[in-house]
Ligand binder design. Structure first.
Ligand code: APR
Ligand code: ZN
Length: 235
């Protein structure tokens, strides 16, 4: 049983996707209510989209950040954070909503960046925009050029340090819990394969099977908030 495997493990990595935050009220990308059912990702989350219409892209990210500011960590986020008191826990997340950190998780790799961070399109300025909403598109306070969300867009490379740290965690863990990801996006979706190849046990939690469910040691059909608290209760 997955619960036994978890209680016997010491080094656990949680690999999370948009489904992890669905019960906090945030949309997924490919699920029933998913963003990509309504918008074309290439029109919103790509360098070309930003070049063509920075205000449209910023309007979308302002909407997503407003929703994220309203969202609270759900019982799944909290269960992962609490497990840190008993085990060596790391989180590799595709989510940019900051909810794992808000729940108290410490070792987090944000593969695609963070909605609350910005960087300049010209100089080296990087900063936080948090709950500020200047007229879009916002400008750099250092050089007055356009700011962009500090998010990895389609067609862009993942930051080297995030990939290296994720690979280190995957080769070192005894068990990986994959929560709320369709596992459609490379190279992130190769991380569970890497963990498996290094002998880790894989536990998947999703409301439906994915194309990688066959590879999992345990594939649990359920929600993040509905499943994780009992599954991770090793007290
Ligand atoms: N609990 C668990 N899983 C859920 C829940 C839930 N409450 N609700 C939905 N899911 C599952 C869906 O079945 C789906 O498999 O979460 C998954 C969400 O998949 P995607 O929307 O594709 O999100 P994700 O896998 O994180 O996408 C990766 O793609 O477009 C990019 O940048 C975007 O970070 C995103 C990346
Ligand atoms: Zn600048």
């Amino acid at each position: 049983m997955a619960k036994q495997a978890i209680s016997k493990s010491n080094k656990i990595v949680f690999f999370t996707g948009a489904g992890m935050s669905q019960e906090s009220g945030l949309s997924t990308f490919r699920g029933r209510d998913g963003y990509w059912r309504k918008y074309d990702p290439m029109k919103l989350a790509s360098p070309e989209a930003f070049r063509q219409d920075p205000k449209l892209v910023w309007d979308w990210y302002y909407d997503r950040r407003r929703a994220a500011l309203q969202a609270k960590p759900n019982a799944g986020h909290v269960a992962i954070a609490l497990l840190q008191n008993l085990k060596q826990v790391s989180v590799i997340t595709q989510n940019v909503d900051d909810l794992h950190r808000a729940a108290g998780s410490r070792n987090i790799v944000e593969l695609y960046g963070n909605l609350f961070k910005v960087r300049c399109t010209s100089c080296k300025y990087r900063g936080r925009i948090d709950d500020k909403f200047p007229p879009p598109p916002p400008k750099c306070e250092k050089c007055d050029s356009l700011l962009r969300p500090d998010i990895v867009w389609f067609g862009e490379e993942l930051p080297k340090d995030s990939l290296e740290e994720s690979a280190r965690l995957c080769t070192d863990c005894d068990l990986m819990v994959i929560v709320g990801s369709s596992l459609q996006v490379a190279p992130a979706n190769s991380l569970p394969v890497m963990a498996k190849r290094n002998g880790a046990t894989l536990v998947e939690i999703n409301v439906e099977a994915t194309h990688m469910s066959e590879m999992m040691d345990y594939s649990i059909i359920g929600t993040a908030a509905g499943t994780l608290p009992a599954l991770l209760d090793c007290s």
